[in-house]
Design a protein around this ligand. Structure first.
Ligand code: SF4
Length: 423
């Protein structure tokens, strides 16, 4: 492994801070202009109730959802883990070479890019497209390429496509729009995630760019990959989650587009004969991923399944603001740490930052679903410490508390303890 160039890493980190932090702070300001404190709390209570009800009754709710989606012509496939999901996606894709996709944390979670490395897989979200041409990793769930400057992007476009594009955001967007349009019209397969599913048979995907609308409608087959914890009881509840995603995610009162998909495209305009694939996708597949979520559901971390992936917790996290993607796993921050505990091991959760959290509680206070992430990390630390997976100082302190009733060890009258464990 190449040795880490610390100076270079620090410089890179400082640049990331400069580019991304002002954007994250502006989201809070914008959110506070939409909802005052009282409205915000009322909305959070309501959202919490919606998700609690859904997750508590998820067994029956999932069955009802699958029944209604299938009645609407959507093919529902359950996948137990990433390998299974990738296998099922590949079966649907078949021999097609070109695949277009949109931003999705669940797609990242199964590492689809790696599974489809024999295909031409094109990101259609602008930020993700930029990350893809840099061969990097997204820095934030809703701000994937915020750490890159127009100058760097224009240089990369020249390198990759041989095109001179001015280091100006408008020019860059124009170039990428043209490039992606051609790919979209050529592709027969479009893959997206989903934000919410209503048990009455509709799938909700929110976006601002319009790429998801095109990815889900232009190709013949639309594959939606998401997980069962996205299910809520009704379309009314789903629309509230959509609104929360916009307000808490990016400080918008509503997203530019809300795609509500309730089946493949169809028409009965000619002699009332029902034909699928009028202008949109002929076939719609929904892959419902588990990937240890059932295990989380039956654990003391159940609350994590209320998460709507808005990213608001990261906008307030002092640890994430210092080390960004080094904190977490598939998902950044505390959520990513806990997921890695369930998916991989305690050691991985430790490596991903189980003991990084300062327990400042800013995340929970700003989370639309009122998820107390610092309490969840406390529970995780307890489980890890019981397995002796913790910093040495923590193990020593716990041992001392058990043996001497204090964290410092054996105390002697008039003497300062040998180890004070501060800083
Ligand atoms: S934990 Fe809360 S704030 Fe963080 S991404 Fe999930 S819903 Fe959003």
């Amino acid at each position: 492994m190449k040795p880490l160039n610390l100076t270079k890493e620090i410089e890179k980190n400082e640049k990331t801070k400069k580019e991304i932090l002002p954007i994250m702070y502006s989201y809070k300001e914008r959110r506070d202009k939409i909802l005052n404190e009282e409205e915000k709390e009322k909305f959070r209570e309501e959202l919490r109730r919606i998700k609690e009800k859904a997750i508590d009754g998820i067994g029956e709710l999932k069955k009802r959802t699958i029944r209604n989606l299938e009645k609407n012509g959507i093919k529902v496939i359950e996948a137990k883990d990433s390998k299974d999901a990738n296998k099922k996606i590949k079966e649907i894709i078949g021999k097609e070479k070109l695949v277009i996709k949109s931003k999705s944390n669940t797609i990242n979670e199964i590492n689809l890019n790696e599974a489809l490395k024999d295909k031409e897989l094109i990101e259609t979200d602008l930020g993700d497209f930029i990350v893809q041409i840099f061969e990097g990793k997204e820095i934030h769930p809703v701000l994937p390429s915020a750490d890159l400057t127009p100058k760097e992007i224009s240089k990369k476009i020249k390198e990759k496509f041989g095109k001179d594009v001015q280091a100006d955001p408008e020019e860059i967007v124009r170039f990428i729009r043209g490039y992606l349009r051609e790919k979209m019209y050529e592709a027969k397969i479009g893959i997206t995630g989903a934000n919410v599913i209503s048990s009455d048979g509709s799938i909700f995907i929110l976006e601002n760019e319009g790429n998801i609308s095109l990815t889900s409608r232009i190709p013949d087959k639309h594959i939606i990959l998401t997980s069962f914890d996205k299910i809520v009881s009704s379309r009314e509840d789903a629309l509230k989650i959509v609104k929360a995603g916009a307000i808490f995610g990016t400080g918008q009162d509503y997203p530019v587009y809300v795609n509500i998909i309730s089946g493949p495209s169809k028409t009965a305009d000619i002699q009332d004969k029902l034909i699928t694939g009028a202008q949109g996708a002929r076939e719609v597949y929904l892959i419902l991923l588990d990937n240890k979520r059932s295990k989380i559901l039956n654990s003391e971390f159940k609350e994590l399944l209320y998460c709507i992936n808005c990213g608001a917790c990261l906008n307030f996290c002092p640890v994430y603001h210092q080390i960004f993607r080094r904190y977490g796993s598939d998902f950044p921050g505390v959520k990513g740490v806990i997921i890695s505990y369930f998916k991989d091991s305690g050691k991985n959760a430790y490596k991903n930052g189980a003991f990084f959290c300062t327990t400042c509680k800013q995340c929970g206070e700003n989370c639309p679903m009122k998820i107390d992430l610092s309490e969840l990390i406390r529970k995780l630390r307890k489980q890890l410490s019981d397995k002796k997976i913790a910093p040495d100082t923590v193990i020593e302190m716990v041992k001392n508390v058990r043996q001497y009733g204090n964290p410092f060890g054996k105390l002697e009258e008039g003497k300062v303890p040998k180890k004070l464990y501060c800083c």
